[in-house]
Design a protein around this ligand. Structure first.
Ligand SMILES: Cc1cc2nc3c(=O)[nH]c(=O)nc-3n(C[C@H](O)[C@H](O)[C@H](O)COP(=O)(O)O)c2cc1C
Length: 223
């Protein structure tokens, strides 16, 4: 039976004998397969269309488009994506989607077919925004547990993490980065870089930081 309690414990890193979760290795074939894809998804977890996350993803988009990649911005706040129900329907069959039919159904297809992603979110209450959290939870449908182990249907994608916050590194960015690194690891993405930007309270503050703009451009070059 898929997704037994003991497997879920392993996923959470609390195996009954205190062992680490089953190490996940990205199948080489998937990494190779992804190199033939030419689309990049920019996942924006900020509700502010003119906000700092949007500005940084916009800069990345320009660089990626110049490289000849097909870039699509997913502004999560504009989409109706329902939260995960924890019903495990996605684990009970060999599906490539969730039992809930909404915008995420289309996003699963785009995720399967993309070469890489930029995951961008502001820090809200020491975590990602609600919009980003709902998206992440729904990625569970792409994780398939089998016996003692699991595979991620979206593994091997290249990923950049972008986080902005009003406060300093210790005011939420560190915890949020830790959580997002876990997501990236379990999805089997290859993390090619991170941009962690503190002291960006006002929408648009990042425009006054040419060094940060330069950093996102350089990261986008690597994707
Ligand atoms: C509801 C809410 C919660 C927030 N919580 C935090 C926080 O815990 N730590 C922090 O440093 N900044 C926090 N901020 C500030 C945002 O991270 C900051 O304004 C950021 O620039 C917003 O990104 P955006 O411009 O891309 O929307 C919060 C802002 C809001 C609206």
């Amino acid at each position: 039976m898929l997704c037994q309690e003991q497997n879920v414990n392993k996923y959470l890193g609390v195996g009954d004998r205190g062992q680490a979760p089953v190490p996940f290795t990205v199948p080489k074939l998937l990494v190779w397969y992804n190199t033939f894809m030419n689309s990049i998804l920019l996942i924006n977890g900020s509700p502010r269309k003119q906000g700092n996350t949007s500005i940084l993803l916009g800069e990345a988009k320009k660089v990626l488009a110049r490289k000849g990649l097909k870039v699509k911005t997913i502004h999560l706040d504009s989409l109706r994506i329902k939260p995960c129900r924890g019903c495990n329907w996605c684990q009970k069959r060999d599906s490539r989607h969730c039992v809930q039919e909404d915008k995420m159904t289309e996003l699963y297809r785009e995720l399967l077919d993309c070469r890489g992603l930029v995951l961008g979110s502001p820090v809200y209450w020491d975590g990602v925004t609600a919009q980003m959290k709902i998206f992440i939870d729904r990625l569970f449908a792409m994780m398939k547990w089998k016996g003692e182990s699991y595979k991620s249907l979206i593994s091997g994608k290249r990923a950049i993490l972008v986080l902005v916050a009003g406060g300093g590194i210790k005011d939420g960015l560190t915890d949020t980065r830790k959580m997002m690194r876990t997501v990236i690891k379990w999805c089997g993405f290859k993390r090619v870089g991170e941009l962690i930007v503190p002291f960006m309270y006002k929408a648009g503050s990042v425009k006054e930081k040419p060094d940060v703009i330069q950093k996102i451009r350089l990261l986008a070059e690597k994707l």
